[in-house]
Design a binder for this molecule. Structure first.
Ligand code: F6P
Length: 366
Protein backbone atom coordinates (compact mmCIF):
# COMPACT_ATOMS: atom_id res chain seq x y z
CA UNK A 1 0.00 0.00 0.00
CA UNK A 2 1.21 3.51 -0.83
CA UNK A 3 2.13 6.03 1.87
CA UNK A 4 0.06 9.19 2.11
CA UNK A 5 1.42 12.74 2.16
CA UNK A 6 -0.72 15.73 3.10
CA UNK A 7 0.27 19.18 1.75
CA UNK A 8 -1.19 22.53 2.75
CA UNK A 9 -0.59 26.27 2.46
CA UNK A 10 -1.25 28.58 5.43
CA UNK A 11 -1.22 32.30 6.21
CA UNK A 12 -1.07 35.02 3.56
CA UNK A 13 -0.54 33.85 0.00
CA UNK A 14 2.66 34.51 -1.90
CA UNK A 15 4.01 33.90 -5.42
CA UNK A 16 5.74 30.50 -5.53
CA UNK A 17 3.35 28.45 -3.36
CA UNK A 18 2.12 26.50 -6.37
CA UNK A 19 5.68 25.79 -7.49
CA UNK A 20 6.38 24.17 -4.09
CA UNK A 21 3.18 22.09 -4.31
CA UNK A 22 4.03 20.89 -7.83
CA UNK A 23 7.63 20.03 -6.96
CA UNK A 24 6.73 18.14 -3.77
CA UNK A 25 4.05 16.16 -5.59
CA UNK A 26 6.34 15.33 -8.53
CA UNK A 27 9.18 14.21 -6.29
CA UNK A 28 6.79 12.07 -4.23
CA UNK A 29 5.00 10.48 -7.20
CA UNK A 30 8.29 9.59 -8.89
CA UNK A 31 9.03 7.15 -6.08
CA UNK A 32 5.77 5.31 -6.88
CA UNK A 33 5.52 4.69 -3.14
CA UNK A 34 3.59 7.81 -2.15
CA UNK A 35 0.33 9.48 -3.00
CA UNK A 36 -0.37 13.14 -2.26
CA UNK A 37 -3.38 15.07 -0.98
CA UNK A 38 -3.97 18.74 -0.32
CA UNK A 39 -5.93 20.14 2.62
CA UNK A 40 -8.07 23.05 1.41
CA UNK A 41 -7.53 26.40 3.20
CA UNK A 42 -4.66 25.38 5.43
CA UNK A 43 -5.77 22.98 8.18
CA UNK A 44 -9.41 24.04 7.82
CA UNK A 45 -9.85 21.34 5.16
CA UNK A 46 -8.81 18.64 7.62
CA UNK A 47 -10.78 20.16 10.47
CA UNK A 48 -14.07 20.39 8.60
CA UNK A 49 -16.60 17.59 8.59
CA UNK A 50 -16.54 15.94 6.09
CA UNK A 51 -12.89 16.75 5.41
CA UNK A 52 -12.13 18.97 2.43
CA UNK A 53 -9.11 17.41 0.82
CA UNK A 54 -8.11 16.97 -2.79
CA UNK A 55 -5.93 14.31 -4.44
CA UNK A 56 -2.85 15.94 -5.96
CA UNK A 57 -1.92 14.17 -9.16
CA UNK A 58 0.67 15.01 -11.80
CA UNK A 59 -2.15 16.28 -13.99
CA UNK A 60 -3.73 18.41 -11.27
CA UNK A 61 -0.41 20.11 -10.51
CA UNK A 62 0.86 20.31 -14.10
CA UNK A 63 2.06 23.80 -15.09
CA UNK A 64 1.00 25.48 -11.84
CA UNK A 65 4.55 26.68 -11.02
CA UNK A 66 3.95 29.83 -13.06
CA UNK A 67 0.66 30.65 -11.39
CA UNK A 68 0.38 33.05 -8.42
CA UNK A 69 -1.69 32.28 -5.32
CA UNK A 70 -2.26 28.71 -4.19
CA UNK A 71 -4.43 26.03 -5.77
CA UNK A 72 -5.08 24.76 -2.23
CA UNK A 73 -6.34 28.15 -1.00
CA UNK A 74 -5.20 29.57 2.29
CA UNK A 75 -6.31 31.44 5.41
CA UNK A 76 -4.89 33.33 8.35
CA UNK A 77 -7.94 32.53 10.45
CA UNK A 78 -7.53 28.81 11.11
CA UNK A 79 -5.05 28.46 13.97
CA UNK A 80 -5.96 25.07 15.54
CA UNK A 81 -4.39 26.18 18.85
CA UNK A 82 -6.74 29.13 19.07
CA UNK A 83 -9.61 28.08 16.84
CA UNK A 84 -12.55 30.52 16.64
CA UNK A 85 -15.85 28.91 17.66
CA UNK A 86 -19.21 30.68 17.49
CA UNK A 87 -21.48 30.19 20.49
CA UNK A 88 -25.24 29.61 19.94
CA UNK A 89 -25.86 33.25 20.98
CA UNK A 90 -23.63 34.46 18.12
CA UNK A 91 -20.67 35.52 20.28
CA UNK A 92 -17.21 34.06 19.68
CA UNK A 93 -14.72 32.15 21.76
CA UNK A 94 -11.59 30.15 20.91
CA UNK A 95 -10.59 26.58 21.65
CA UNK A 96 -7.39 24.56 21.34
CA UNK A 97 -8.33 21.76 18.94
CA UNK A 98 -4.77 20.84 17.98
CA UNK A 99 -4.73 17.34 19.53
CA UNK A 100 -8.03 16.47 17.80
CA UNK A 101 -6.52 17.68 14.53
CA UNK A 102 -3.36 15.56 14.93
CA UNK A 103 -5.47 12.50 15.77
CA UNK A 104 -7.73 13.12 12.77
CA UNK A 105 -4.81 13.46 10.34
CA UNK A 106 -3.29 10.21 11.65
CA UNK A 107 -6.71 8.46 11.54
CA UNK A 108 -7.02 9.43 7.88
CA UNK A 109 -3.85 7.43 7.24
CA UNK A 110 -1.44 10.29 6.56
CA UNK A 111 2.18 9.34 7.13
CA UNK A 112 3.55 12.87 6.80
CA UNK A 113 2.50 16.50 6.37
CA UNK A 114 4.22 19.37 4.51
CA UNK A 115 3.09 22.77 5.79
CA UNK A 116 4.03 25.67 3.50
CA UNK A 117 3.71 28.88 5.47
CA UNK A 118 5.30 31.78 7.32
CA UNK A 119 6.16 32.46 10.91
CA UNK A 120 2.64 31.87 12.32
CA UNK A 121 2.14 28.68 10.29
CA UNK A 122 5.48 27.23 11.37
CA UNK A 123 4.65 27.92 15.03
CA UNK A 124 1.54 25.81 14.43
CA UNK A 125 3.73 23.12 12.76
CA UNK A 126 5.95 23.02 15.86
CA UNK A 127 2.96 22.65 18.21
CA UNK A 128 1.49 19.83 16.09
CA UNK A 129 4.88 18.13 15.91
CA UNK A 130 5.06 18.18 19.70
CA UNK A 131 1.64 16.49 19.73
CA UNK A 132 2.90 13.64 17.55
CA UNK A 133 2.46 14.77 13.95
CA UNK A 134 5.11 13.92 11.33
CA UNK A 135 5.38 17.42 9.92
CA UNK A 136 7.87 19.40 7.85
CA UNK A 137 7.77 23.16 7.27
CA UNK A 138 8.52 25.06 4.08
CA UNK A 139 9.05 28.80 4.69
CA UNK A 140 7.13 31.39 2.69
CA UNK A 141 6.58 35.12 3.02
CA UNK A 142 6.96 38.12 0.78
CA UNK A 143 8.30 40.03 3.79
CA UNK A 144 11.44 37.82 4.09
CA UNK A 145 11.07 38.02 7.84
CA UNK A 146 12.02 34.47 8.86
CA UNK A 147 15.45 34.45 10.47
CA UNK A 148 16.30 30.78 9.91
CA UNK A 149 16.50 31.11 6.13
CA UNK A 150 18.50 33.63 4.10
CA UNK A 151 15.61 34.01 1.66
CA UNK A 152 11.98 33.04 1.23
CA UNK A 153 10.34 32.60 -2.17
CA UNK A 154 7.86 35.36 -3.01
CA UNK A 155 10.17 38.06 -1.71
CA UNK A 156 12.01 38.59 -5.01
CA UNK A 157 8.69 38.78 -6.87
CA UNK A 158 7.37 41.37 -4.40
CA UNK A 159 10.55 43.43 -4.78
CA UNK A 160 10.27 43.23 -8.58
CA UNK A 161 6.64 44.37 -8.50
CA UNK A 162 7.45 47.22 -6.11
CA UNK A 163 10.45 48.29 -8.20
CA UNK A 164 8.40 48.30 -11.41
CA UNK A 165 5.76 50.49 -9.75
CA UNK A 166 8.41 52.73 -8.24
CA UNK A 167 9.98 53.33 -11.69
CA UNK A 168 6.60 54.47 -12.98
CA UNK A 169 6.22 56.90 -10.07
CA UNK A 170 9.70 58.37 -10.67
CA UNK A 171 8.80 59.59 -14.16
CA UNK A 172 5.60 61.26 -13.01
CA UNK A 173 7.34 62.79 -9.95
CA UNK A 174 9.90 64.33 -12.28
CA UNK A 175 7.32 65.69 -14.73
CA UNK A 176 5.29 67.41 -12.00
CA UNK A 177 8.06 68.32 -9.53
CA UNK A 178 6.19 66.27 -6.98
CA UNK A 179 6.92 64.23 -3.90
CA UNK A 180 5.72 60.71 -4.60
CA UNK A 181 5.19 58.47 -1.58
CA UNK A 182 4.91 54.74 -2.25
CA UNK A 183 3.75 52.50 0.60
CA UNK A 184 4.84 48.87 0.40
CA UNK A 185 4.24 45.81 2.59
CA UNK A 186 6.50 44.97 5.50
CA UNK A 187 4.75 44.53 8.81
CA UNK A 188 7.78 44.41 11.10
CA UNK A 189 10.62 44.18 8.58
CA UNK A 190 11.59 46.74 5.96
CA UNK A 191 13.22 44.36 3.47
CA UNK A 192 10.87 45.13 0.56
CA UNK A 193 11.18 48.90 1.10
CA UNK A 194 14.97 48.73 1.46
CA UNK A 195 15.47 46.65 -1.69
CA UNK A 196 13.06 48.86 -3.65
CA UNK A 197 14.83 52.01 -2.47
CA UNK A 198 18.11 50.75 -3.85
CA UNK A 199 16.80 49.22 -7.05
CA UNK A 200 14.55 52.21 -7.77
CA UNK A 201 16.84 55.02 -6.61
CA UNK A 202 14.69 56.47 -3.81
CA UNK A 203 15.69 59.63 -2.02
CA UNK A 204 13.98 58.54 1.20
CA UNK A 205 13.31 55.07 2.61
CA UNK A 206 11.37 54.57 5.85
CA UNK A 207 11.38 51.17 7.56
CA UNK A 208 10.12 49.79 10.90
CA UNK A 209 13.67 49.17 12.12
CA UNK A 210 14.58 52.88 11.94
CA UNK A 211 11.88 55.09 13.50
CA UNK A 212 11.89 58.36 11.56
CA UNK A 213 11.83 62.04 12.43
CA UNK A 214 9.45 64.22 10.37
CA UNK A 215 11.86 67.18 10.53
CA UNK A 216 14.57 65.05 8.91
CA UNK A 217 12.18 63.83 6.22
CA UNK A 218 11.16 67.42 5.38
CA UNK A 219 14.79 68.58 5.45
CA UNK A 220 15.73 65.92 2.86
CA UNK A 221 12.77 66.90 0.66
CA UNK A 222 13.61 70.61 0.80
CA UNK A 223 17.21 69.89 -0.18
CA UNK A 224 15.94 68.44 -3.46
CA UNK A 225 13.98 71.57 -4.42
CA UNK A 226 15.42 74.82 -5.83
CA UNK A 227 13.03 77.61 -6.84
CA UNK A 228 10.12 75.17 -6.58
CA UNK A 229 11.75 72.72 -9.01
CA UNK A 230 12.85 69.25 -8.07
CA UNK A 231 11.26 65.93 -7.19
CA UNK A 232 11.43 63.27 -4.53
CA UNK A 233 10.55 59.59 -4.48
CA UNK A 234 9.97 58.09 -1.06
CA UNK A 235 9.30 54.43 -0.27
CA UNK A 236 7.81 53.53 3.09
CA UNK A 237 7.12 50.12 4.65
CA UNK A 238 3.58 49.80 6.05
CA UNK A 239 5.04 49.08 9.51
CA UNK A 240 7.32 52.15 9.62
CA UNK A 241 6.56 54.68 12.35
CA UNK A 242 7.58 58.08 13.63
CA UNK A 243 9.90 58.23 16.65
CA UNK A 244 7.94 57.80 19.90
CA UNK A 245 4.79 56.79 18.01
CA UNK A 246 3.26 53.49 16.84
CA UNK A 247 2.70 51.87 13.46
CA UNK A 248 -0.58 52.81 11.76
CA UNK A 249 -3.36 50.25 11.40
CA UNK A 250 -6.46 48.78 12.92
CA UNK A 251 -7.32 45.64 14.81
CA UNK A 252 -8.44 42.82 12.48
CA UNK A 253 -12.22 42.48 12.43
CA UNK A 254 -12.16 38.84 11.27
CA UNK A 255 -12.53 36.22 14.00
CA UNK A 256 -9.30 34.25 14.38
CA UNK A 257 -7.02 36.75 12.60
CA UNK A 258 -4.47 37.81 15.21
CA UNK A 259 -2.80 40.58 13.20
CA UNK A 260 -3.29 44.31 13.36
CA UNK A 261 -4.13 45.36 9.79
CA UNK A 262 -1.45 47.85 8.84
CA UNK A 263 -1.86 50.59 6.25
CA UNK A 264 -2.06 54.34 6.08
CA UNK A 265 1.49 55.45 6.78
CA UNK A 266 1.75 56.95 3.26
CA UNK A 267 -1.25 59.22 3.81
CA UNK A 268 -0.06 60.03 7.32
CA UNK A 269 3.26 61.24 5.89
CA UNK A 270 1.51 63.29 3.26
CA UNK A 271 -0.75 65.13 5.71
CA UNK A 272 2.08 65.65 8.22
CA UNK A 273 4.33 67.14 5.54
CA UNK A 274 1.52 69.41 4.34
CA UNK A 275 0.89 70.55 7.91
CA UNK A 276 4.58 71.30 8.29
CA UNK A 277 4.44 73.58 5.26
CA UNK A 278 6.05 71.37 2.62
CA UNK A 279 5.80 73.45 -0.54
CA UNK A 280 5.91 70.58 -3.03
CA UNK A 281 2.75 68.79 -4.13
CA UNK A 282 2.55 65.32 -2.60
CA UNK A 283 0.85 62.20 -3.92
CA UNK A 284 0.55 58.79 -2.26
CA UNK A 285 0.32 55.31 -3.78
CA UNK A 286 -0.32 52.22 -1.67
CA UNK A 287 0.68 49.00 -3.42
CA UNK A 288 -1.01 46.60 -0.99
CA UNK A 289 -1.77 43.09 -2.15
CA UNK A 290 -0.54 43.76 -5.71
CA UNK A 291 2.83 42.77 -4.23
CA UNK A 292 1.50 39.35 -3.32
CA UNK A 293 -0.27 38.43 -6.52
CA UNK A 294 0.54 37.22 -10.00
CA UNK A 295 3.32 35.25 -11.61
CA UNK A 296 6.42 34.50 -9.56
CA UNK A 297 9.71 35.72 -11.06
CA UNK A 298 12.07 33.00 -12.31
CA UNK A 299 14.24 33.13 -9.18
CA UNK A 300 11.24 32.46 -6.92
CA UNK A 301 10.02 29.59 -9.12
CA UNK A 302 13.45 27.99 -8.87
CA UNK A 303 13.76 28.55 -5.11
CA UNK A 304 10.21 27.30 -4.50
CA UNK A 305 10.72 24.22 -6.69
CA UNK A 306 13.96 23.27 -4.98
CA UNK A 307 12.36 23.80 -1.56
CA UNK A 308 9.48 21.51 -2.56
CA UNK A 309 11.90 18.78 -3.59
CA UNK A 310 13.91 19.27 -0.39
CA UNK A 311 10.72 18.97 1.69
CA UNK A 312 9.95 15.57 0.18
CA UNK A 313 13.58 14.44 0.66
CA UNK A 314 13.12 15.35 4.33
CA UNK A 315 9.86 13.37 4.46
CA UNK A 316 11.71 10.31 3.15
CA UNK A 317 14.53 10.84 5.64
CA UNK A 318 11.94 11.28 8.41
CA UNK A 319 13.42 14.64 9.41
CA UNK A 320 10.17 15.69 11.06
CA UNK A 321 9.93 18.79 13.22
CA UNK A 322 12.28 20.53 10.80
CA UNK A 323 11.87 23.36 8.29
CA UNK A 324 13.54 23.69 4.90
CA UNK A 325 16.03 26.55 4.90
CA UNK A 326 18.06 28.33 2.21
CA UNK A 327 21.46 29.13 3.72
CA UNK A 328 24.73 30.13 2.07
CA UNK A 329 23.38 29.43 -1.41
CA UNK A 330 22.34 25.91 -0.56
CA UNK A 331 19.36 24.08 0.91
CA UNK A 332 19.49 22.71 4.41
CA UNK A 333 17.06 22.36 7.33
CA UNK A 334 16.61 23.79 10.81
CA UNK A 335 14.38 22.72 13.66
CA UNK A 336 10.94 24.34 13.67
CA UNK A 337 11.73 25.43 17.21
CA UNK A 338 14.79 27.39 16.05
CA UNK A 339 13.02 28.61 12.91
CA UNK A 340 10.31 30.36 14.91
CA UNK A 341 12.39 31.67 17.79
CA UNK A 342 13.55 34.94 16.33
CA UNK A 343 12.50 37.40 13.69
CA UNK A 344 14.49 38.57 10.65
CA UNK A 345 14.58 42.32 11.18
CA UNK A 346 16.76 44.49 8.97
CA UNK A 347 19.96 44.94 10.95
CA UNK A 348 20.80 48.65 10.98
CA UNK A 349 24.41 47.65 10.13
CA UNK A 350 23.28 45.52 7.17
CA UNK A 351 25.34 46.05 4.04
CA UNK A 352 22.27 47.29 2.14
CA UNK A 353 21.62 49.99 4.77
CA UNK A 354 25.26 51.06 4.37
CA UNK A 355 24.92 50.92 0.59
CA UNK A 356 21.79 53.06 0.66
CA UNK A 357 23.28 55.65 3.01
CA UNK A 358 26.46 55.81 0.92
CA UNK A 359 24.45 56.76 -2.18
CA UNK A 360 22.47 59.42 -0.32
CA UNK A 361 19.27 57.63 0.68
CA UNK A 362 17.81 59.14 3.85
CA UNK A 363 16.15 56.90 6.45
CA UNK A 364 14.68 59.98 8.12
CA UNK A 365 16.92 59.52 11.14
CA UNK A 366 19.73 62.04 10.70
O1 F6P B 1 2.95 38.80 6.01
C1 F6P B 1 2.86 39.27 4.73
C2 F6P B 1 1.96 40.44 4.62
O2 F6P B 1 2.02 40.70 3.29
C3 F6P B 1 2.29 41.67 5.49
O3 F6P B 1 3.31 42.47 4.98
C4 F6P B 1 0.97 42.37 5.55
O4 F6P B 1 0.86 43.20 6.68
C5 F6P B 1 0.03 41.22 5.64
O5 F6P B 1 0.62 40.16 4.94
C6 F6P B 1 -1.36 41.50 5.12
O6 F6P B 1 -2.07 40.32 5.15
P1 F6P B 1 -3.65 40.14 4.97
O7 F6P B 1 -4.17 41.35 4.31
O8 F6P B 1 -3.76 38.92 4.13
O9 F6P B 1 -4.19 39.94 6.32
Amino acid sequence: MKKKLLILTGGGDCPGLNAVIRATVRAALQTKKWECYGSIEAFNGMMSDPVEIVKLTKKKTGGIHVKGGTILQTTNKGNPLDYPIQRPDGTWTTKDISQDLVDKIIDHGFDAVVNIGGDGSQKISQALYEKGLNIIGVPKTIDNDLSATDLTFGFSTAVQIASDCFDKLVTTAESHHRVMIMEVMGRDAGWIALHTAISGGAEICLIPEIPFDMEEVLKKINKRYKNGKGFVNLVVAEGAYEKNKESIGERAIDQGDPHKKLGGIGNYLRSKLEEMGCQAQIRTTTLGHIQRGGTPVAFDRILATSMGVKAFEMVQNRQFGQMVSFKNNSLTHVSLQEATESYNHVDTDHYLIKTARAIGVSFGDK
